[in-house]
Structure formats: structure tokens, C-alpha cells
Design a protein around this ligand. Structure first.
Ligand code: DGL
Length: 267
């Protein structure tokens, strides 16, 4: 039965668990196989070519797990390698960029949108291109915020240093009078409190993970592959480095216990 098969979700590491969290909330009966490439993280500072090679390795792994759909939780991979994943499989593939862009375009009143993400995501212009496709009149101001990922991984979610750095990154966007800000990186939803303080609540924050969970629900319906089971779902976690750090930090990202995490080699 294809409907009982898991949804494959992958990320460069741990951050994609924010997308899994949104999916479990929106789709509490879907089985999930998650892969985090903890041995090769971060992707945000790597060249598109390398990220595309990694995306290929991981897609092959998820195909071997017989998934019914693939969700690219990583913004950087969604930005530079969506086509790589799509070419390798016949199952539906959802990335985080388009759902995030759609949610932002729907939220803005002044048509002024800010986008923050890794260096790779911002250099690709993927969000800005997606937003302009939706509405050519949108003004998009983007900024790479490379220091935010390690701060989140360190657990400095409400630390004064994080607030200072966020201010530095976000000030130029606020002077552009944006009213909507896309959190274009898996880690940033954990900084919602700091970002709200720094932007003084002047911008609606768009969590691409939440927008993606909504898109996943629609795609499952469209393809008639919603899991009819009302059982507690089976959520499996695989990583490419030893699991201990992933398990420890992952519980903060997921907001609950992870259970068994297995190490696998891909590529
Ligand atoms: N998962 C990445 C993203 O959303 C952030 C971490 C990394 O640089 O690998 O772009």
C-alpha cells in the first residue's frame, strides 16, 4: 500500500527537524524517514556543485527506503538542487522555497519583503526569483546571515550576543521598510523571539517549514496518498555522523524525544 509508505525528509543536518516538527503537527499520522547529513554539514557555505552532489547521494538513500514523497527541508538544497532530486525520482518532491515564497507574498501588505538565509541560499536568488514570479511588483531585500546557524546549534536562542548579531544583520532590511520577513533557513524558526524583538514586531515572520507542511498536505491529497491509518506514526532518523550530538540538540529542534537514531553512510 503506497499510502502507508513513509515520507522522506532530508536536511544538511539537524535543522530540518523544524520542518519535521511542523509536519508532525499538520500531518500527525504520516510515517517519516528523516536523513540529516551531519558529517558534511554545513551546506550553506559550500558551492552549488557540491551541494548538488550531496543531494544526489541522499535522494538515492531515500529512494532505497521506498518513500512515497520527498521533502527537501534544507533551504540551501531547495535553492540549488531541487531539479537534481526531481530528476532522480518519480515520487512528488517538495522543497521549502516555493511554499515560503507563497506564504510571504500572501502576507505582505506593502509588497516589501525581506529574506534571510545562508550564503548559498541568498547567492542563488531562489527566494527572490520565486517571489517575483508570484508578483513582479514585490520588492525583495535579501541578506545572508551565516553566523546565526552556529549560534542556534550552540543553543544561544535568547543570548545577548545572538541579539546583537541579529540586529547587525536585520537593521539594513528594516531600513528598507519591509513588512514581511522570510526565515529562509531551517535554524531561524528557533530565533523567532530574538528576531521579533530586533524587528520590534514590525515584520510578519514567515516560517518556511510551516508553509511547507501545508504544501505537503496538499500534495498528498492531490496524489491520493494520504495515510489512512490513525496509528501513532513511525518516525525514523538517520544521520551520517555518530548520532549522540544529533540526538541531544535534535530534541530542542523537534520539541520532543527522538527515539532511536541510526548512522548510515551515503555517497
Ligand atoms: N539547513 C541549512 C539551510 O536551511 C542550514 C544549515 C547549513 O548551512 O547546512 O539552508
Amino acid at each position: 500500500m503506497i499510502k502507508n509508505k513513509p515520507i522522506g525528509v532530508f536536511d544538511s543536518g539537524i535543522g530540518g527537524l523544524t520542518v519535521v516538527r511542523a509536519m508532525l503537527k499538520r500531518l500527525p499520522h504520516e510515517n517519516i524517514v528523516y536523513f540529516g547529513d551531519t558529517a558534511r554539514v554545513p551546506y550553506g557555505s559550500k558551492s552549488p556543485q557540491v551541494v548538488r552532489e550531496y543531494a544526489e547521494d541522499i535522494t538515492k538513500f531515500l529512494i532505497s527506503k521506498d518513500v512515497k514523497m520527498i521533502v527537501i527541508a534544507c533551504n540551501t538544497v531547495s535553492a540549488v538542487a531541487l531539479d537534481v532530486v526531481q530528476k532522480l525520482t518519480r515520487v512528488p518532491v517538495v522543497g521549502v522555497i516555493i511554499p515560503g515564497a507563497e506564504a510571504a507574498a500572501a502576507a505582505t501588505k506593502k509588497k516589501r519583503i525581506g529574506v534571510i538565509g545562508t550564503a548559498g541560499t541568498i547567492a542563488s536568488n531562489a527566494y527572490s526569483n520565486a517571489l517575483k514570479m508570484i508578483d513582479p511588483e514585490l520588492q525583495v531585500h535579501s541578506r545572508a546571515c551565516p553566523l546565526l546557524v552556529p549560534l542556534v546549534e550552540e543553543g544561544w536562542l535568547n543570548h545577548a550576543a545572538t541579539e546583537m548579531i541579529a540586529k547587525e544583520y536585520l537593521f539594513p532590511l528594516m531600513t528598507e521598510k519591509i513588512d514581511t520577513l522570510v526565515l529562509g533557513c531551517t535554524h531561524y524558526p528557533l530565533l523567532k523571539d530574538v528576531i521579533t524583538r530586533v524587528t520590534r514586531g514590525m515584520a510578519t515572520l514567515i516560517d518556511s517549514g510551516e508553509a511547507t507542511a501545508g504544501r505537503v498536505a496538499d500534495v498528498l491529497q492531490e496524489h491520493d496518498i494520504v495515510n489512512p491509518s490513525r496509528e501513532h506514526p513511525n518516525v525514523q532518523f538517520f544521520v551520517s555522523d555518530t548520532p549522540s550530538k544529533f540526538t541531544e540538540i535534535g530534541e530542542r529542534f523537534l520539541g520532543r524525544k527522538l527515539g532511536v537514531v541510526k548512522r548510515v553512510m551515503v555517497g
